[in-house]
Ligand binder design. Structure first.
Ligand SMILES: [Fe+2]
Ligand SMILES: [Fe+2]
Length: 308
């Protein structure tokens, strides 16, 4: 069982990471439609605004509560997030609340948060999580509807079907973890950890495939690098599944996943910088590049924390 302090800290850390991820998914969805589907773009915009409100309320509760590990992980914001937002807003004409980014960059952390029980704060976090569950469930339904429409050729969007499927899985993970925290579940057994590894290794594999597919065909070297990462993470996903059957020892798998994720994180960071400096030919929004960079940073923190 989680203590009250752990429940508060872990919930806020989860919401800081995922509420931003969800708002950006809504933004990517919104920008991907053709003029015919302006009503769907409007719906996506509604989700973006509601997740921005959720993120703002999370930030207001989080100062001085999150751990230094999370604050320094680069999963909440990176050094590129603000600039990537400005550029992506400029390209799409879709607004993003960058004040949230500045507020997140200034969040204070505390090494060992163990406050005297603060019932009001616990109640506020409980309500915040409930709101996040309801909102994420609605977004999951929306994404499912879009994917079905795309797969039955009733809808066109520039977002790959696999990307819609991918971001739906991320939303389901967020909802599942929120539900666990609401029950004060720890979710840190070796099995939980292995499930996270299977999940995020597959996500890293798919990021590599998206990057490969969205680069201009002339960007041969980057395409080859992305393709190699795709193959490497495909193997790691299979090995993670094998570790579930105890065919591969967990520490060995974790070390391999960490090594590969640090390398793909560096690849994404260089790519985000290159896009912002207009040095890469592609149809990748800078915020999408930064988004995948933050997800890699999140996975690196999970992998690093397990060895302790
Ligand atoms: Fe994502
Ligand atoms: Fe992702």
């Amino acid at each position: 069982m989680l203590s009250s302090a752990e429940f508060i800290q872990y919930s806020l850390e989860l919401n800081l990471f995922f509420a931003r991820i969800m708002k950006e998914h809504s933004f990517f969805i919104e920008g991907g439609f053709t003029p015919r589907d302006s009503n769907l773009a409007q719906q996506a915009d509604g989700f973006k605004l509601q997740f921005e409100a959720l993120l703002a309320d999370t930030i207001a509760l989080s100062d001085g509560i999150i751990s230094p590990d999370v604050a320094m992980s680069g999963e909440i914001v990176t050094q590129y997030t603000f600039e990537a937002e400005c550029a992506s807003q400029f390209y799409t004409g879709v607004s993003l609340n960058s004040r949230l980014t500045q507020a997140e960059a200034g969040l204070g952390a505390t090494p060992d948060f163990a406050p005297a029980p603060v019932p009001e704060l616990e109640q506020q976090v409980l309500e915040l999580n409930d709101r996040a569950i309801a909102l994420t469930s609605a977004l999951i339904d929306f994404k499912d509807t879009l994917l079905n429409a795309v797969l039955s050729c009733r809808l066109f969007t520039v977002n790959f079907p696999l990307l819609i499927d991918h971001i739906t899985r991320e939303a389901r993970l967020y909802r599942c973890m929120l539900a666990g925290f609401q029950n004060h579940e720890r979710m840190d057994s070796p099995r939980d950890f292995l499930e996270q590894q299977i999940f995020w290794n597959r996500i890293m594999n798919e990021h590599a495939l998206f990057i490969r597919g969205l680069l201009d065909p002339t960007e041969q070297e980057l395409i080859t690098n992305a393709n190699n990462f795709g193959n490497e993470f495909n193997l790691l996903t299979q090995e993670s599944a094998a570790a579930m059957d105890r065919t591969i020892p967990l520490p060995q798998l974790t070390a391999q996943s960490l090594d590969a994720t640090v390398r793909i994180r560096d690849f994404k960071a260089t790519g985000t910088k290159g896009l912002l400096e207009c040095r890469i030919r592609s149809i990748i929004l800078p915020l999408l590049a930064d988004h995948t960079l933050r997800e890699a940073n999140h996975f690196i923190r999970l992998l690093s924390s397990c060895g302790r």
